[in-house]
Write a protein that binds this ligand. Sequence first.
Ligand SMILES: [Fe+2]
Ligand SMILES: [Fe+2]
Length: 511
Amino acid sequence: MYQDTRKRLEALNKIGIALSSETNVSRLLELIVREARHFASADAGSLYLVDLDKNCLLFEVAQNDTLQKRTDLKPETFKPYSLPITKKSIAGYVAITGETLNIPDVYNLPPKAGFEFNRDFDKRNRYRTKSMLNVAMKDTEGKIIGVLQLINSTDSQGKVVSFGTSIESLVSSLASQAAVAIKNAQLIKEIKAVFEALIQYSVSAIDARSPFTAGHSKGVAKYTMALARALNDTHEGPYANISLTPAQLEELNYAAWLHDIGKIGVREGVLDKRNRLSDSEMEVLTNRFECIKASAITETQKKKVALFQGGGENPLTIRELDRELAKQISHIDQDLAFIKKVNTGAFLSESRLRRLEEIHQRRYLGVGGQERNYLTDLEFENLSVRKGNLTKDEIEEIRSHVIHTENIIKKVPFTGDLKRVPFFAAGHHEMLDGSGYPRHVRAENIPLQTRIMTVADIYEALVAKDRPYKKSMDPIKSLAVLKEEANSGRLDKELVRIFIEKRIYETKEDG
Ligand SMILES: [Fe+2]
Ligand SMILES: [Fe+2]
């Protein structure tokens, strides 16, 4: 209870400071109602916001000390609803006229008032609303953005009394401060929403350059956030005392969404490489093998002509030449079939590599009479990859995405609570035992946030649709891979344990 105006003004000032530092809209609305109730010794209070698009008042917050003390309070007691803006309801009247309504007893409204009090809530909850102070919340331009409603002022004995007139202007001033704070918080929320949407759409577009990575960042952010929240709920093990604040969670969310943005610097052909040779490269190679066959036929024809010209056209020798040609053509076809197999295979055995080497070195007479190899050096390099289908250079190019990510995000002015976004994102391919990349740092230099992302990243990549270097894996096998990685000291054991035990892998949507 505030004894005099000076004390009330001081309190008002303090409330103003508290309001201006809260940027989360829902927490801010709760704070406004709580402080106003405390200020005016009100048992209950509600807050409505004007929705101009729908021409209605949205019931946002309700607090009621008496009801909240009850053990049988139902969760739906204060469920949100909307109210048309008309002069028939008390809140609607205030939202339209901007007048302050200080009512001693809402069950005894003056007949000429024009508005009514709806007793449904009281009946449902065995509550008696009596005194009520309603003030309009006006922004700096005098526009009404909401209505603050204080209910049942209580005296020092807890008896419901009328709201004193002396308090009206103070509550009104508090409501105006609150209106400014709400506008600011809404503005911040809108700017954040635009920024987030921009990040999400651009990252999704980059991911969609290849069907192999489409939806990847979204999935990683989903698992990352679910794992981080689960970590906050864990009260045992090495992370029992870890609790990431809402600001830290927001920072992590940005890092997870942006972790692969650097893939924009990786060529599509590499990102999207399905086979060792691309379709067009394979077409060139197939055409060349047709030429090799044609060249073999021409050579045989030449030999036959030479025989005729020399007068030694022995049918046996001719047949010999034809047999030789048929064998040659069959070999060329077999070589091409073998190359086609190698082209789509995931592994290349030692014996296959040797055969590939032989084909590479084989020579034919090309156009212009020049001798050429069956395979170009580049084709051989691509085909002779032992595992997967990426050459060393291409693997390096893909790995460079982490550096691109860091360079790109560093240019985004992430400050304050978000300043470590580039740092967290840049380490998502580092492993605890130092076997990761690009910096090969070890556990002590890998922050928890990055470790969370790494678990999420690997799992998403494993279960996602077919990738260039592997088929998609089912969840059980993928979780086994995570466990294996944790046991070998590459991934954080505790995070993998939580990921599996809390079924983070089943997370459908973020949120
Ligand atoms: Fe990555
Ligand atoms: Fe990734």
